[in-house]
Write a protein that binds this ligand. Structure first.
Ligand code: ZN
Ligand code: ZN
Length: 262
């Protein structure tokens, strides 16, 4: 399984997961034009994408769904509440593949588990994507957790992250920069830092430091706020943490190279 984050931040989020049997996007928070360009840079194209798994309806995760009307071969996976909320803003009715939050579904050679996260959306989820046989010494199973857009870490989240090889989690804002930001109103700041907003750098660090999974190989810190965070602020917050694996901080609006989990 290979992961490539196409772009991350408050102005758009999407990542590409490639397995021997599937090419899927996690979220589609860019226009189809932009997604096409980002995929071309990755040596891929929308024609080759099989499915999109959507975490929630916010524009920075779902704004590309409108343009996917012209790509009906791409299956759109979301829970019912998210599908309904996205559909409200669309000019068409996608043929949704709906799942129940908290269940595990199979798509080609991928097992996809969804789980609820606390965020100000209809039914926001995180995902765990796994591929490979359950027990095979020569070809071990690989798992990736995807958790962005959550105001706090629910109690069962640590267990979900522990058994993964790669964890993608948001480090949204630096509380000091958020409080000092002159462009955001008090109520917006309350929403962002609230229990159903976004994880601060420190909250992300404490979540991960409280888990430190034995299999972790790399942690991606994503969804950085453009105005209220920076890679340097994330690095400073994480400096005292002993996570025992690589840390990749993805700057606002940036993507990554491919990372091979196999
Ligand atoms: Zn978001
Ligand atoms: Zn959101």
């Amino acid at each position: 399984m290979r992961l490539r984050i196409l772009g991350s931040g408050s102005s758009g989020n999407s990542a590409l997961l490639v397995t021997p049997g599937a090419r899927v996007l996690v979220d589609a928070g860019f226009s189809v034009l932009r997604l096409g360009k980002l995929l071309a840079e990755a040596g891929e194209s929308l024609q080759r994408i099989d499915a999109v798994f959507l975490t929630h309806e916010h524009g920075d995760h779902a704004s590309g769904v409108e343009g996917l009307r012209r790509h009906p071969h791409i299956r759109l996976f979301a829970n019912r509440a998210t599908a309904r909320a996205i559909e409200d803003g669309l000019s068409y009715r996608p043929a949704w593949q709906t799942f129940e939050t908290g269940t595990r579904i199979r798509f080609r050679d991928l097992d996809v588990e969804s789980f609820a996260v606390p965020h100000d959306a209809q039914d926001p989820v995180g995902f765990r994507f796994s591929t490979g046989p359950e027990q095979d010494f020569f070809e071990p199973r690989r798992s990736l957790a995807w958790v962005t857009d959550l105001g706090h870490a629910p109690p069962d989240l640590g267990d979900r992250l522990r058994a993964c090889d790669v964890v993608v989690v948001e480090a949204n804002h630096c509380p000091r920069l958020l409080q000092a930001d002159a462009r955001r109103s008090w109520s917006t700041k309350q929403r962002i830092s609230g229990r159903h907003g976004h994880l601060s750098n420190e909250a992300a660090r404490d979540l991960l430091a409280g888990v430190t999974g034995p299999r972790w190989r790399r942690i991606y810190l994503v969804h950085l706020s453009r105005d209220c965070n920076s890679p340097a602020a994330v690095a400073a917050a994480f400096a005292p943490a002993r996570l025992g694996c690589e840390l990749a901080i993805v700057g606002h609006g940036e993507g990554t190279e491919y990372y091979d989990l196999s």
